[in-house]
Design a protein around this ligand. Structure first.
Ligand code: GDP
Length: 492
């Protein structure tokens, strides 16, 4: 596997020096005699318009695991192995309609929370219980309101949510983001429960919201449809039990939520950050199997042995069954929001999968950057040293904030004249590696609530790389938008 650039150049009949130049432009510094891996050869192949065979990432993981005689995405087992699991719920709706307040109210009203001392920590998700038909039922809420996080995760192929609670303020009715959220939920095939909020307000008109949503295909049960509408007041704390009950009933009616708790755990990382004292900290939601302290897991390109599992009260727990959110300590790096995780039986395999994934992500970033330009285009750009695109490297304090930033950036309307591209992103301090990449590709580094580490600042000065620091997202967006509008020569 792999080959030296000289060998590769000879095979395809080009000059090795031009390959070095192409790679340099793509942010990889290699000499002609140095050996490069298959992925890099593939990217070069694409640049040079050679037909390249691509093996799907999942196949690669599976092959790797099979070579160690292990299953990937283990069979869930026989029907009798399956047990009911709680629904995982995302709260969506128009801004200011009370999503955050509702999530807080549900969390605080929960009996378990009170018994545990009442102090929940924000780990990105929490579980509440409610009694339905004399049975104790659990519901998991994802703590990031809005459809942006939901959609960002879906874009990565991850579906964390079973049911969406659509919040509509009774005094305001259906608004643009209400419809947007509804579209996202429907596109994902996720059933919706409507929480008609703020019914405590004097000008509340809960029937208006019902009528409006009927036009969008959400027909209330009381009108003969099959969508449950519940009047609530997040402020006064009314209707919360009915809402929880409606979620459970909707799950029972429309979904068959079951998972095998007796297998190696698999699921999703929904939030992660670097903690000063505890290192990489990730919140995961288990989708099948049971996650236990001492398990070895791979999450995105991070891996490690679970040193501790914490629940949303900060209590140590020994295990997390299906649908349980838990904070995982012990990973070597910070996974991205929406990365899937799985437990493997062998540390060595965990490391190998993680390393492979990391290489793949790096190369995907390279490939994205190289776009569909031809070698000639690249050469000309390199020579003339001019470009009409703004390349950014984003670093932030959590995967959620980095994603939010990238999401907002992608929504800036810059027309056809200039191009904004994020060529790399990550959680943690700005490193020399970031600066090197920025220098090689003429990118600007954006630090959101993080600083430069070690000699990174010095290196940036030397290389003429600009690092911009922000602690407020909209400020970052405003400045970047302004500099794009003023482009050709950004004042940045
Ligand atoms: P979000 O943008 O959807 O997360 O909305 P928030 O939860 O931040 O709520 C927006 C505003 O509406 C805040 O000032 C809340 O205090 C207020 N609010 C939320 N729920 C209720 C409610 O049930 N009744 C009343 N009167 N105000 C509410």
């Amino acid at each position: 596997r792999g080959a030296s650039l000289t060998d590769f150049a000879e095979k395809i009949g080009v000059d090795a020096a031009s390959l070095v130049q192409v790679l340099f432009h793509l942010g990889e510094m290699v000499t002609a005699t140095q050996s490069v891996n298959d992925e890099t050869l593939q990217i070069l192949g694409e640049e040079l318009n050679y037909d390249v065979q691509v093996v799907s990432p999942e196949d690669e993981d599976r092959e790797l695991l099979e070579s160690f005689a292990l299953g990937f995405g283990e069979d869930e087992g026989a029907d009798e192995d399956m047990a009911p699991r709680p629904p995982v719920v995302t709260v969506m709706g128009h801004v200011d309609h009370g999503k955050t307040k509702l999530l807080d109210a549900l969390r605080n009203a929960n009996v378990v929370a009170k018994e545990a001392g009442g102090i929940t920590q924000s780990i990105g998700a929490y579980q509440v219980t409610t009694e339905v038909d004399g049975q104790e039922r659990a519901i998991t809420f994802i703590d990031t309101p809005g459809h942006e996080a939901f959609t960002a995760m879906r874009a990565r192929g991850a579906q964390a949510t079973d049911i969406a609670v659509l919040v509509v303020a009774a005094d305001d009715g259906v608004m643009p983001q209400t419809v947007e959220a509804l579209n996202h939920a429907q596109a994902a095939g996720v059933p919706v429960v409507v929480a008609v909020n703020k019914v405590d307000k004097p000008d509340a008109d809960p029937s208006k919201a019902r009528g409006q949503l009927t036009e969008y295909g959400l027909v209330p049960e009381e009108y003969g449809g099959d969508t449950m509408f519940v009047d609530v007041s997040a402020k006064a704390g009314t209707g919360l039990d009915s809402l929880l009950e409606s979620i459970v009933l909707t799950a029972d009616a429309e979904l068959d939520l079951r998972a095998n708790p007796d297998q190696n755990a698999e699921g999703l990382a929904i939030e992660a950050h670097l903690d000063r004292g505890r290192g990489a900290v990730a919140t995961v939601i288990v989708q099948r199997g049971t996650l236990r302290v001492g398990d070895t897991l791979v999450a995105g390109s991070a891996f490690g042995r679970v040193r501790a599992l914490l629940d949303e009260f900060g209590n140590n727990i020994e295990e997390a069954p299906p649908s349980r959110p838990a904070l995982v300590l012990g990973l070597t790096a910070v996974p991205g929001a929406g990365d899937n995780f799985m437990v493997v039986d062998d540390d060595r395999i965990a490391r190998q999968i993680a390393e492979k994934r990391e290489a793949r992500e790096r190369n995907a970033a390279l490939a994205k950057r190289s776009g569909r330009r031809t070698l000639e285009d690249l050469m000309r750009e390199v020579e003339q040293g001019e470009t009409t695109e703004l390349l950014l490297i984003l670093k932030g304090d959590s995967s959620g904030s980095v994603e939010a930033l990238e999401d907002s950036l992608s929504q800036i309307d810059v027309g056809d004249e200039v191009d904004l591209r994020v060529i790399d992103r990550g959680v943690g301090a700005i490193t020399e590696a970031n600066v090197n990449l920025a220098a090689a590709s003429n990118a600007v580094i954006v630090g959101y609530n993080v600083r430069a580490q070690g000699k990174a600042t010095e290196l940036a000065d030397r290389e003429g790389v600009q690092i911009k620091y922000y602690s407020v997202i909209y400020q970052a967006i405003e400045e970047i938008e302004a500099s794009l509008k003023g482009m050709l020569k950004p004042e940045f």
